[in-house]
Design a protein around this ligand. Structure first.
Ligand code: MN
Length: 174
C-alpha cells in the first residue's frame, strides 16, 4: 500500500508560473509584445474592485496608420479591436474592427507616446470613455449600450466568419 502524501509541494501550474500578472495568463500576448523598460504603457498589476460598472474606452492611436482602439472591459481585461476608420456615427456605417490582444484594465487611462521601435510606436489619446452595459456577448456577436461622452447607445460587433477570424464589423445600432 502506497503511503503517498496528498499534499504536494506548493508549486504553481505552468500557466500560472508563466504569468505574474494574472492567473489566466490573459495578458501573455500583451506582455510579449512590449518592453516595459522602454514604454510607459501599464503592465497591468492592478486588480479592480468588485461591483463597479464596466468601462469602455476608445483611444485615438497615431501609429504607422491612424486607427481607433475600441476596448471593452470583460472578465478582468480590456477586450480590444483596432478600428481603422473610427467608430461609426451612423447606423448606415459598417466599420472593420480587427481584434487585437487583451489589454490590462488600467490601459483605459493610458495616454502618451510609445517610443520609436516599440510595438505601436506613436501617440495615444483618449477619444472617448465611459461605462457600458452588455446586451449580448457570445463568440460571434457582442451588443452593448455605451454611455460615453461622445458615444451613446447601442453598438454591435459581429465576427466575420469568412477569412480572418480576427476581423469583425462594428455597427451602430438603431
Ligand atoms: Mn492601437
Amino acid at each position: 500500500m502506497e503511503n503517498k502524501t496528498v499534499k504536494q509541494t506548493a508549486k504553481a501550474p505552468p500557466e500560472q508560473a508563466l504569468n505574474q500578472f494574472g492567473k489566466n495568463n490573459q495578458l501573455k500576448e500583451y506582455h510579449e509584445k512590449r518592453d516595459f523598460n522602454a514604454t510607459t504603457e501599464p503592465q497591468g498589476n492592478k486588480r479592480k474592485k468588485q461591483n463597479q460598472n464596466k468601462i469602455f474606452v476608445v483611444q485615438e492611436h497615431h501609429s504607422k496608420r491612424l486607427h481607433y482602439d475600441f476596448r471593452l472591459e470583460h472578465m478582468g481585461v480590456l477586450k480590444s479591436w483596432a478600428v481603422p476608420k473610427g467608430i461609426p456615427e451612423s447606423t448606415a456605417d459598417k466599420r472593420l474592427a480587427v481584434e487585437t490582444e487583451d489589454h490590462p484594465l488600467e490601459y483605459a487611462e493610458f495616454e502618451g507616446t510609445i517610443p520609436e521601435g516599440q510595438y505601436g510606436a506613436g501617440t495615444v489619446t483618449i477619444w472617448d470613455e465611459g461605462n457600458y452595459e452588455t446586451k449580448v456577448w457570445n463568440e460571434n456577436m457582442i451588443e452593448v449600450t455605451l454611455k460615453g461622452k461622445k458615444l451613446l447607445g447601442r453598438y454591435v460587433l459581429v465576427r466575420l466568419k469568412k477569412g480572418d477570424d480576427k476581423n469583425w464589423l462594428l455597427l451602430k445600432g438603431k
